[in-house]
Design a protein around this ligand. Structure first.
Ligand code: ZN
Length: 315
């Protein structure tokens, strides 16, 4: 647990899609600039979905174009289908994630597609990516959502998640990720599912977790993930977006709290925590009506706090 951990900021996508306010393009750019300047190396900047479904993310192509100009920043986007992937490639995203819900009921409700239909989309996207010159191919991740349980189906059997991870890799994804979309996961389950999926698809094919803090177990689940070799964690600045199932709680893990825990444990993130905390001001002024979460920002850094990442160092 001594190497560097990648904190992948998903607020500009996951956070903004869950709030009613529409953040102006200039504020999105300022947010992304400021987080990158604080040392964040990967940001999911938007989603290529029809603007009438998510008007909050209608300017994703412009956000990608801007984010691409930031040296060293990996620009990630979410796509629901082949059409979205075409737009992502056109815009120049470095990484594309397609969500596949382990719960088929959730998949039908969310994207109106069965598992078989989603896997067809995945194969279509792989064909598109393989038609590009090798140097211009974005990385392609299959993100298994509701992997730890579903608000519609309840229990999601681990065997099914493993099978779907295998199907995604067979279809040509570069990697898979596991998402606790509903905040059902506990640390023992995180370890068990990561081990099982890695056992089936290989350690290299599962490096990231997308965890939520719905029931207060977000950081405990991160620790469990660290203990079984996970090296990338998604989180959202200020826990923006909240949680639809638990009013007053953050949905995504709060980036500031995640970075604090890792740095306090001596694990480098490459992120300058005081600079990261200052980025909250951009959120506050850009979407003033929205609730912003975080324990570390509320309490402040402990006296004499020594981060693992030396201040001012850019990773
Ligand atoms: Zn999320």
């Amino acid at each position: 647990m001594t190497g560097e951990i990648l904190v992948s900021e998903v607020g500009p996508r996951d956070g903004l899609q869950s709030i009613r306010s529409i953040m102006p393009l200039e504020s999105k750019k300022a947010w992304i600039d400021a987080e990158a300047a604080a040392g964040v190396r990967e940001i999911e900047v938007g989603s290529f979905v029809p603007a009438k479904l998510l008007p909050q993310l209608a300017d994703t192509a412009e956000v990608v174009a801007h984010a691409r100009t930031i040296p060293g920043l990996a620009v990630a986007v979410l796509v629901p289908n082949l059409k979205g992937a075409e737009a992502a490639v056109q815009a120049g995203a470095h990484k594309i994630t397609i969500p596949l819900s382990a719960s088929e009921t959730h998949s039908l409700k969310n994207v109106r597609r069965t598992h078989a239909q989603m896997l067809d989309e995945v194969r279509g996207i792989v064909a598109l990516l393989r038609s590009l010159p090798a140097g211009q191919r974005p990385r392609f991740e299959g993100g298994l959502s509701t992997a730890f349980g579903c608000t519609l189906e309840g229990d999601v059997p681990a065997d099914r998640v493993v099978r779907l991870a295998e199907s995604l890799m067979e279809a040509g994804c570069d990697e898979v990720g596991l998402s606790d979309t509903t905040g059902y996961a506990n640390p023992a389950q995180v370890k068990d599912l990561v081990r099982r999926v890695r056992g089936a698809v290989g350690d290299h094919a599962l490096s990231g977790l997308h965890l939520h803090n719905t029931r207060g177990l977000g950081l405990a689940n991160v620790l469990a993930g660290l203990e079984v070799g996970i090296t990338t964690f998604d989180s959202s600045l200020g826990g923006l977006g909240g949680c639809p199932f638990a009013p007053g709680a953050s949905g995504n893990i709060v980036t500031e709290d995640l970075v604090f825990m890792l740095e306090a444990m001596g694990i480098r993130t490459g992120i300058d925590l005081p600079r990261l905390l200052a980025v909250r001001e951009i959120l506050r002024s850009a979407v003033p009506g929205e609730e912003i979460h975080g324990f570390t920002p509320a309490a402040g850094l402990p006296l004499g706090f020594r981060p693992a990442t030396s201040p001012g160092a850019s990773a």
